[in-house]
Design a protein around this ligand. Structure first.
Ligand SMILES: NC(=O)c1ccc[n+]([C@@H]2O[C@H](COP(=O)([O-])OP(=O)(O)OC[C@H]3O[C@@H](n4cnc5c(N)ncnc54)[C@H](OP(=O)(O)O)[C@@H]3O)[C@@H](O)[C@H]2O)c1
Length: 267
């Protein structure tokens, strides 16, 4: 059965590639009016043109690291269709590097983009949701938001922080008819590894076997729309592989998982 988001206004960050791009197509096909944000205006325009209903799609370039700009960007987003029904917090960067090699500056940069920009954008949109007594935040965490493996300290820390913040927010705003869904994808086939920052802050520049073997982004988008339509609090997105097993072990047998993860350390 096809899912309908007819008439809803959905603001997607990180919409120029990967999961965000696939979500733009899926929401447009499902009848939503869509606002696309990321830094690269030309890529957002390409995505807009490829949507099922480009006339119902707006492009709003922004840099999530420019935190002071996010209040004005939110006002601009609201002005396009007069309202926002859903924010999909998705833009971000991954990271590869051992703790001993990764500079504090890189640790902070990942936290600023993958955690604080989500906090800032949420605080900018929240008054609008509260005034309307309706709204929904979808938050792109990761399996790394629930467990920690070698080479991912900054990324896992930022994603774990999202769970703390958005679980608290959910509890505060549920009485106002405002919802929160935290998504914890496993490996999804995108450019995430190519763009990942390394210990010195430079991009990794190549993909990885795990990512290339991951779920295609369009299938991830379908799973995400299903989870949102069901109003889930939290949802795993991806193949039924090792990442799913990791999540289950973290919940039901954390000691077993920790012993397995310790063996993953680079020699
Ligand atoms: N792929 C996976 O296996 C996987 C697994 C778990 C979670 N995730 C999460 O899924 C989300 C999307 O990642 P993806 O896999 O689709 O990777 P991606 O293809 O690299 O997409 C990242 C998106 O973030 C945007 N972005 C990066 N820096 C930004 C900034 N400073 N301001 C605004 N936008 C910015 C990029 O657009 P511009 O370059 O145009 O700004 C791009 O649209 C991320 O939060 C990631 O952590 C991915």
């Amino acid at each position: 059965m096809s899912i309908s988001f007819t008439g809803q206004v959905v603001w997607i960050t990180g919409a120029s590639s990967g999961i965000g791009e696939a979500l733009a197509y899926a929401f447009s096909t499902a009848g939503a009016r869509v606002i696309l944000s990321s830094r690269r205006a030309d890529e957002l325009e390409r995505v807009r043109r490829d949507c099922a209903h480009p006339e119902q799609v707006r492009v709003l370039p922004l840099d999530l690291l420019d935190i002071p700009s996010l209040t004005a960007k939110t006002a601009e987003a609201i002005s396009y269709f007069g309202q926002i029904d859903r924010v999909i917090h998705n833009g971000g960067v991954s990271q590869r590097g051992l703790v001993k090699d990764t500079s504090l500056e890189v640790q902070r940069r990942v936290m600023e983009l993958d955690y604080f920009s989500y906090v800032a954008l949420t605080q900018a949109v929240l008054p609008h949701f509260m005034e309307r007594k309706a709204g929904h935040f979808a938050v792109m965490s990761s399996v790394m938001g629930k467990i920690g493996t070698p080479m991912r300290s900054a990324y896992a820390a930022a994603k774990h922080a999202l769970h703390g913040f958005f679980d608290c927010l959910r509890a505060e705003v549920a009485p106002m008819n405002i919802g929160v869904t935290i998504l914890t994808p496993g490996y999804i086939r995108t450019n995430i590894a190519v763009h990942a920052v390394t210990a010195d802050g430079s991009p990794m520049g190549r993909s990885s076997a795990n990512i290339e073997g991951g779920l295609p982004a369009d299938q991830a988008a379908k799973q995400i729309l299903r989870a949102l339509a069901k109003g889930k609090f939290e949802a795993y997105i991806g193949k039924m592989g090792g990442e799913r097993m990791g999540l289950l072990l973290s919940r039901f047998a954390p000691g077993v998982l920790t012993r397995m993860v310790v063996k993953m350390a680079p020699k």
